[in-house]
Ligand binder design. Sequence first.
Ligand SMILES: Cc1cc2nc3c(=O)[nH]c(=O)nc-3n(C[C@H](O)[C@H](O)[C@H](O)COP(=O)(O)OP(=O)(O)OC[C@H]3O[C@@H](n4cnc5c(N)ncnc54)[C@H](O)[C@@H]3O)c2cc1C
Length: 425
Amino acid sequence: MTQSPAAAKHRVVVVGAGFAGLYLVQGLKGAGCAITLIDQRNHHLFQPLLYQVATTLLSTSEIAWPIRRVLRDRPDVETLLARVTGIDRAGGQVLLETGDRVPFDTLVLATGARHAYFGHDEWEADAPGLKTLEDATTIRRRLLLAFERAELTLDAAERDANLTFAIIGGGPTGVELAGILADLAHRVLPREFRRIDTRTARIMLIEAGPRVLPVFAQSLSDYAAAALQRRGVQVLTGRPVTAISDRQVTIGDEAVPCRTVIWAAGVQASPAAEWLGAEADRAGRVMVDADLTLPGDPRIFVLGDTAHVEVDGKPVPGLAPAAKQQGQYAAAAIRARLAGKPAPGPFRYAHQGNLATIGRNAAVIDFGRIRLTGWLAWWIWGVAHVYFLIGVRSRLAVAINWLWSFLSRQNPARLITQKETARRD
Ligand SMILES: Cc1cc2nc3c(=O)[nH]c(=O)nc-3n(C[C@H](O)[C@H](O)[C@H](O)COP(=O)(O)OP(=O)(O)OC[C@H]3O[C@@H](n4cnc5c(N)ncnc54)[C@H](O)[C@@H]3O)c2cc1C
């Protein structure tokens, strides 16, 4: 690999331009180090709104931004589009899929998480999860094609199977997907189809545990389940899925013909622990010290969804604010080291609450003591998410899109594009 002009400076290599990596890089502005930011994608993605791309409310460019553009005013940062495949700890180098190596003085791993299929990786082709823009457009394509096929076929059983949708996992992503899909089938599409009544679509939200939104207060879970049912969603709790194919989903012993299955059930950390040969928890997250460094190797920080750190005896959750706070903390720690100052105290996590939408005019917000439901929660949720987007253009575009969809009852991003890669369509 060619030498960067800033090679004489302290080299900080950051892997992952998600929330943790980006906030870390922002926190190192003016610190006087040479930063190399490596990501396998050319964009930073706002994952909390992915489900709106999957369900035709937003377009991909409204929730993702080219990393180079975000950092164009930072000559101290070079950006490499590459997939990391390992770490040579002894040699102090990051290994890339291309065979190149990138040397580091300080390494920050912030490579996030991916789907976990609880030992059934073969389900992935028929039940894609939602993690990347490609996942979102794949799901959007399958949802829209299912309605098209139902309109086309003259076979009643085939029509019903195409109008049956299974969403597996009753966490925020599953609830949000089910709610918007119900809005799509009941409010947006009915006027446009002639042979089918899209309001007859069967949308199942399947959760193995006893309730949806398990990390929220019980009253908010109950509200969410009732709001989904009012929208026509079948909420099936305490019902584990036992098999998935391109023809059906099996819930317990019951096989339901179904052409569209979406996975929103489990996550597994990136393989950072394997790269490092480090101890990991059950979800594959690297066990880090209270200062977010690898035990015994203070050169290496591990942040965000790929790290396991406990504050006040509780693991920090895999949420965007936690990743951002970890990025800010690690930047402060690196700055202190470079300046020869004492390290900041252990990482502290400030929980900002749990939020989830259920659909038009319905959301739940759990700030601990303050709990909100209904239209007020929905508007607060919307304003908070617009605020956290990057740049004025995205904020305006998303706000206008939402307002337009709200007033017109139309979803603007409904093009079926690209070829299906996992299945034959
Ligand atoms: C559908 C969905 C909805 C969510 N909704 C919410 C929500 O409403 N509120 C909330 O607080 N949180 C939400 N989250 C969780 C939140 O998005 C994550 O906690 C947060 O993104 C974690 O940040 P991170 O920086 O650790 O990882 P990520 O943001 O996932 O970033 C990881 C980065 O690492 C890169 N990378 C991974 N592996 C490699 C490799 N081998 N080589 C190079 N680059 C690599 C990836 O391309 C990515 O850019 C949601 C997550 C999902 C998937």
